[in-house]
Design a binder for this molecule. Structure first.
Ligand SMILES: Cc1cc2nc3c(=O)[nH]c(=O)nc-3n(C[C@H](O)[C@H](O)[C@H](O)COP(=O)(O)O)c2cc1C
Length: 221
């Protein structure tokens, strides 16, 4: 069976990012995949501590020496057919939760050897979902982040898709916040009209990742 895991880098378990990731998992499940949602906020872990144990001569391939809440998740991700990372944009980048995950999961796959540029020999298809407050034309401000994360995920030898959900609703009731830069009505309209389209795109991405043709990771247990 194809296995698909979603990794939520938002601290909000019921926010925009989690909603899109859940739609993608629903799409994957609709074509028979086994799915799981991981909320990084629930885990006790840190980013890479630069011990370089993963680059030592004779080191076990793709193994991170840090032993914390992220260890079983990394193991699970390495043995799944597809992973879907999701993060809000925080001050121009992914959240620290997601960044720490990428440091750990991405760096074990980086090779310092001339003969290969990455270590992973299986195949994991992937997607990266981004959510953000800015409206669509401004999302291009974050192009560097998109390219960077796509590049990291490509080194897992599968296809990588991307979804950008802009103009998200940040609060349920804008009147309770000092947020006069935002027009509550326009924000609610975006939520009612644009967000459902993004949810449909997420669902379709999930279907593609969860299809049996995507079941391909030779390292799967
Ligand atoms: C600390 C913080 C920083 C943010 N920085 C940005 C930003 O740089 N650009 C942007 O468009 N939105 C920014 N946002 C808005 C979030 O990216 C947006 O509301 C997102 O959809 C929240 O996702 P969530 O509902 O899954 O938590 C920021 C929000 C927070 C809390």
């Amino acid at each position: 069976m194809t296995t698909v895991i979603a990794i939520n880098g938002s601290p909000r378990k019921n926010g925009n990012t989690a909603a899109l990731l859940q739609k993608a998992l629903d799409g994957a499940a609709s074509v028979g995949a086994e799915t799981e949602m991981i909320h990084l906020i629930d885990l006790n872990y840190r980013g890479c501590i630069s011990c370089f144990a993963c680059k030592r001569k004779g080191a076990k391939p793709m193994a991170c020496a840090m032993n914390d809440g992220l260890s079983p998740i990394m193991e699970k991700a390495l043995h799944s057919d597809a992973i879907i990372c999701g993060s809000p944009i925080y001050l121009g980048d992914v959240t620290s939760l997601m960044r720490a995950f990428i440091e750990r999961f991405g760096f074990i796959n980086v090779s310092y050897e001339k003969k290969r540029n990455h270590n992973f020999t299986g195949k994991i298809n992937a997607a990266f979902f981004y959510t953000m407050n800015v409206p669509k034309p401004l999302h291009l401000l974050f192009t560097y982040v998109y390219l960077f994360n796509t590049g990291i995920l490509r080194k897992f030898n599968g296809k990588v898709e991307q979804l950008i959900s802009a103009d998200t609703l940040q609060f349920g009731d804008y009147s309770k916040y000092d947020a006069s830069s935002f027009d509550e009505e326009k924000k609610k309209e975006a939520r009612a009209k644009k967000f459902p389209k993004d949810c449909r795109k997420a669902y379709e991405i999930g279907r593609r990742l969860g299809g049996s043709a995507s079941s391909s990771n030779s390292l799967k247990s």
